[in-house]
Design a protein around this ligand. Sequence first.
Ligand code: IPE
Ligand code: IPE
Ligand code: MG
Length: 253
Amino acid sequence: MSSEPAITIDTAPLSRLRVPVHLGVIMDGNGRWAKARGKRRTEGHIEGVKALRTLVELCINYGVRNVTVFSFSSENWTRPREEITFIFNLLRRFVASDLQKLIRNNVRVRIIGARSGLEASLVRLIDDVEAKTAINTGLTLIVAFNYGGKAEITDATRLIAREVAAGRLHPDDITEATIERSLYTHGIPDPELIIRTSGEQRISNFLLWQAAYSEFVFVEENWPDFDEASFLRVLQTFSLRDRRFGGVEAKLP
Ligand code: IPE
Ligand code: IPE
Ligand code: MG
């Protein structure tokens, strides 16, 4: 997709820091953070929300336009029931505690993922947050909740198949743009950078289509420890990457 020009910031001693227009974050390692401190996994998730708050502030301050955070995957349903309930309640608590501040900070919230399988009250809450922030023009915070990249592509395929079956679309007219506008992330440029914390080096079903040309930066910190210094280190690494998009010369976004 076309994207807005990326911002570069002069930050001595770092020179010319490149800031992505869309940043993806796989916030991993809450459980290990807690285990290392003799705490319950749920306490790691509470600390993870604090790190998310910090990330949102950093994105606003450094001029990231869109940030997608992976907060619950379609595969996380295999976890113990109590942990799942805790994470779902954490989303409710986050909305209750942070919605007003997000609105004040001009943040638009989108929640992407499957709505089916979620309690009706949670779906109402998600719809309400999206509606209350829809007119905001600052950072777009995209929360991937009950999200799976394969499920997203499957849902997109179903939408397109319905259009074909209804006679509104000819199969020969299906292009990459048709698929893009059928994804949960329609209208948002692809992420130039995806960060994963906790030392794991895999995508775990996150933004599969959109990550076609993303740069990946894997960091050792567990998610609750990810702070401004970590953020700046990642941006510095990203700034040094040569993005060639299949060509022979690096292209600046
Ligand atoms: C990430 O931390 C949060 C979610 C997946 C909900 P984890 O809960 O996966 O923590 P680890 O990977 O077990 O340490
Ligand atoms: C990915 O982390 C999903 C989220 C961060 C929400 P997981 O902890 O679920 O991924 P795996 O199981 O290590 O691949
Ligand atoms: Mg994990």
